[in-house]
Design a protein around this ligand. Sequence first.
Ligand code: ADP
Length: 720
Amino acid sequence: MSRIASILLPMPLPEAFDYAEPEGMELTVGDQVAAPLGPRLLRGVVVGLREAAGGNRPLKPIDRRLDEPRLPANTLEFVQWAARYAVDNPGQVLAIALRGARVPKPKPVRMVRPTGVQPVRSTPARARVQEAAQQQPAPAAELARAAGVSAGVVKGLIDEGVLEVFEIAPEARFDAPDLSRSGSELNASQAAAAGLLNEMVDDGGFNVALLDGVTGSGKTEVYLETAAHALAKDPKAQVLILLPEIALTQAVIGRVAERFGVQPGEWHSEVAPPARRRVWEAVAAGRCSIVVGARSALFLPFANLKLIVVDEEHDGSFKQEEGFIYQGRDLAVVRGKIEQAAVVLASATPSLETLRNAETGRYRWLRLSSRHGVAQLPEIELVDLRTTPPASGCWLSPLLVQAIAETLARGEQTLLFLNRRGYAPLVLCRACGERMTAPDTDSWLVEHRYSGRLVCHLTGFSMPKPERCPHCGAQDSLVSIGPGVERVEEEARMLFPEARISVFSSDTMFDAREARRLVEAMTAGEIDILVATQAAAKGHNFPMLTLVGVVDADLGLRGGDLRAAERTFQLLAQATGRAGRRDRPGKALLQTYAPEHAVMQALKAQDRDAFVAAEMEERELAKLPPFGRLAAVIASGPDLGQLEAFMREMAQAAPNAQGVEVYGPADAPLALVRGRRRKRFLVRADRGVDLSAYMTTWRARVKPPTAIRVSIDIDPYSFL
Ligand code: ADP
């Protein structure tokens, strides 16, 4: 009896396709195969196999099985679950899961070893080569170097048949973690938390814990201890540590290397394809036991995943907003469930969703309420910009300037935090008032002085800053409005010409190595003032940093979406939490026009619980997350009339369901992006509603014209 194989292709197709399994191929679910689609042969993965019932129309046969690692069943289940949840095509998710596999296989390495034949003529140089080759086969050049001879000597021995060349597959070496090394000795509350997490690992099944500890309380120490425990218990166990920023992955990679004496697998968008391939293969083969990465590491084909850590779990960067839209923290919990693994969510300012799960007992809740050792939390002061404004054209108030001067005098470091890249967020013409906007997008162009360009942060469009206003033609009339990090740096340089000042933002750091270098320079005390966006405000430990100045504490509140207050609180608590490590007390100054705002008051009083309680109450009243569910539908198209007609059709097709309200259609706040008009619906549902199922039904009822793109965002974070 022949079999039918369902093959999922890594592309946006709604379902897997059926193919005939050729006689003798003996496929298994998870195998990678080459399957014909139209005139092409494509890589796909077997997701199902069944006996063919007679009489069906003949199916195209699979071309061949690829000599590639098999995807574990759990990984496939996760891919399909994630697609259903996000109301997207499973092939789209599979494409992410195969990202490391779709890189050409690296070429085999040519090695040299002895054959046993003795050379006709022996010289000391030849003898040294023979000895080196005897000890360990190696590439010819390496042998020559080890023996201190020229390449010609080795070649001569090969030509004579004394040595022979053979090929091996270049496998990445991921050495086993050294579990005999011990970490820092944990203090009492750290030890208690680690003990509970270790118990969770020992229980063996799926469990989630919130590791809730103030900045600097040693959460990283605790979860590394639990990682060590998991690896000691099961030498084949794998541990995944997820971080929201590439800069943070670098810091944690360093700590893993120190703790376990090995480099972990590194996974994020900047890892070069060959390295990506090596990590992917090693993870699938179970040869790589610790992976440190960004959210997409969740889709790696783990052979035996036992522990997932989501560090800084509250961070909005875990939400992927383009292509396949997902919330990495939530999917980490799902992956943990499928793998029957322990999941640790760590944060000093947990998300309301996670806190709610901890409050209701779905997650274990472990608290570390003080900093390790003598380190104290910083003192926080609000600087009321209405009464102590900066000098005209400046952004640092006299109080902050004085505090920086004092910090410099003590030989300590300052972090000036402003979550805005570039030089100025807006450029306008003094003559006609024209604001410089992107040509095809509803957004202001941001001035970047380093590159001398005006940049659209949304689409990446950029142009040189013009000398004349493009609207009225006035010469030299364009003025920069408001500050970005580059402008604050300029002001700091003017005020403190002797100080060593650096900018840390995604525009000034071109890659992960550059980020690591800056973090190291800061740690080593080679920088006096670091002007930084959120890229540096999170998670890092700078022992000499004692002053944090928040240039514009109100910035995040202006957007006004569901999470504006929560996000501002988290970001500023993180940023101010950088101040005062080890034995040096720290201070944070928050510049604000709204010192009476609940967020500022909570930050000043360092009273997270009161802030969370008030915020929870508001969300509960409005039945918003975590007390309800949200989804967004964004449709876009080049023609407004056509888009409006489609939105009306879509509104009519919305299924009626209890506990679900549909708002819209309305203009999306960004109503024009890359020349496409955008409209949206917002959907709110009670917690008990399967919102993914609702959205799937709705989506299936409409067929958008080809020019219109519809994307569904379950649990939206960005309301643009
Ligand atoms: P968190 O992750 O909560 O911000 P970390 O784990 O980074 O905290 O710890 C903050 C700092 O304190 C780090 O420099 C860390 O090495 C140090 N530290 C934490 N716990 C201990 C400990 N038990 N012994 C020695 N140093 C510790």
